[in-house]
Design a binder for this molecule. Structure first.
Ligand code: SF4
Ligand code: SF4
Length: 475
């Protein structure tokens, strides 16, 4: 993507007020619910610490991954590891030979590998069964949040969309909207012979697939068809079911504000019965066949595995100043915001990282504060930028000018050093003291009155700031 194309994309996204307002309204609702329910999850900090430790010991742990493959197989799953996205799609297409309909529940990795598009091209109809995913499937837009994909659309927009889709008026009443889509999805669920789901965690000790959801659709995709395909990634493997429960609990609270989700499925193999002569027959009330396909696609070999600690809660999106003003163009399909860009960069996809917002991040660090796994997105993106620079993918002409200015003048605004301290003239500030006021280049050079007011405020509060003057470097 050229720089002007990128610029136009950002401008268009930032100008879509309705979508951004809708998204932020949904984010506010999540934050409000989190605050209300915070007393009901008093061990939140301990849970986050436990998550970080669990991820440090499990992500990239080849022995643990092998253990998971073995226990899943022992439990009767067919297990496949696909080295690339293309290999994963090819394998899934082989599995679907002879089928023309698939019901699917929410899964970030299927978005990442563009599975639905690939199956459509192969003549297989893919029906998203999660309401939000179905809405964005019909609308043809990107998801705005991992668990609330259509949170940027209003009921009015959804009513318009459904009216067109069903060819009859569907009112803005949420009950009518949900009923209309529930009936349609139910008809697909009753016919489909194959269901695809993701996984929130895979446990190595028990060989279990853990799936969390609220609508009940993932249970139906996993249980009604003859064949269930779980599409997931190696970093979803944790040691035990206890670790998986912690992932589920944090993911639920941080993505919705609720302390539990409506359903948590723990699947340990195909459905079976031994009620006739004690012989085992598969496929009693659930699928005869369950397959787990791990999409590696550069994850296991990535030198930096930090972005893979993500549990997809979307909490960083709520806090990210950039995501809040441009929405899902910051990130990649299936992985929104800075973490998604970081994941691309960590796997060496530097052009993709650049095109999905590598240079949109302001390095504010709000995401790490918000993240239950303390994913170091800010630091990670800075490292990815360095790699991009080494490969000549950046900086652009503007970046080069800023970099040269910082080098030559200690500020990005191409202004002489002595101008920087001009705002402090006559204030009698000393170079040393107990409290140092770091005014910063932009405040000093562009908004000098602000710096002067800060000094007045500090003095009014009984403090005397020191100031470095011309020695103050660009941060
Ligand atoms: S560091 Fe970057 S990705 Fe993280 S919150 Fe700030 S702007 Fe967003
Ligand atoms: S990076 Fe952290 S906060 Fe963002 S979605 Fe992943 S786990 Fe949640």
């Amino acid at each position: 993507m050229t720089e002007s194309e990128l610029r136009a994309r950002v401008k268009a996204a930032a100008g879509d007020r309705a979508a951004l307002d809708g998204m932020r309204k949904s984010f506010d609702a999540i934050s409000k619910r989190q605050k209300e329910n915070a007393p009901r999850i008093p061990d939140l900090k301990e849970r986050k610490d436990r998550l970080r430790k669990a991820k440090e010991s499990s992500v990239g742990n080849e022995d643990l991954f092998k253990q998971a493959l073995a226990t899943l197989q022992e439990n009767g799953f067919r297990v496949v590891v696909a080295k690339t996205a293309e290999a994963a799609v090819k394998r899934i297409r082989q599995e679907l030979e002879g089928y023309d309909l698939v019901v699917k529940s929410k899964s970030n990795v299927t978005k990442e590998i563009h599975l639905a598009d690939a199956l459509k091209q192969a003549g297989i109809e893919v029906i998203e069964t999660d309401l939000g995913d179905r809405i964005i499937q019909l609308e043809g837009c990107e998801a705005a949040h991992p668990t609330g994909p259509a949170c940027h659309l209003t009921r009015k927009q959804i009513s318009k969309l459904f009216t067109k889709h069903f060819g009859r008026p569907v009112s803005e009443d949420p009950m009518e909207l949900t009923r209309a889509m529930r009936e349609e999805i139910a008809s697909y669920l009753s016919r489909a012979k194959v269901g695809i789901t993701g996984a929130n965690a895979i446990t190595a000790l028990e060989g279990a697939v853990v799936v969390v959801h609220n609508e009940g659709n993932a249970s139906k995709c996993a249980m009604l068809p003859d064949k269930h395909i779980v599409v997931t990634t190696p970093e979803k493997v944790v040691q035990t079911l206890d670790d998986a429960v912690n992932v589920v609990k944090l993911q639920t609270y941080l993505s919705t504000g609720k302390i539990t989700s409506a359903y948590v499925n723990v699947i340990t193999g195909p459905s079976y019965t031994a009620d006739i002569e004690k012989q085992v027959y598969k496929g009693m009330h659930g699928p005869r066949e369950v397959m787990v396909i791990f999409v590696d696609d550069g994850r296991m070999s990535a030198a930096d595995k930090e972005p893979q600690y993500c549990i997809g809660c979307g909490m960083c999106l709520l806090e990210c100043p950039v995501y809040n003003v441009v929405g899902p163009i910051f990130g990649v399909p299936g992985h929104m915001g800075g973490q998604g860009v970081y994941l691309e960069g960590s796997r060496g996809r530097l052009e993709e990282a650049r095109d999905s917002g590598l240079y949109l991040c302001t390095s504010c660090g709000s995401c790490i504060e918000a993240c239950p796994a303390s994913v170091g997105t800010k630091k990670g993106l800075i490292a990815v930028r360095e790699k991009a620079r080494q490969q000549g993918l950046s900086p652009s002409a503007e970046h080069a000018a800023i970099a040269a200015s910082v080098k030559n003048y200690d500020n990005p605004w191409q202004m002489p050093r002595k101008r920087k301290a001009r705002w402090a003239e006559g204030l009698g500030l000393k170079g040393k003291g107990e409290v140092l006021y770091f005014a910063g280049c932009s405040t000093s050079l562009l908004f000098p009155e602000s710096a002067q007011r800060v000094v007045r405020l500090m003095r009014a509060s009984g403090g005397e700031p020191a100031y470095l003057g011309q020695e103050e470097k660009c941060c």
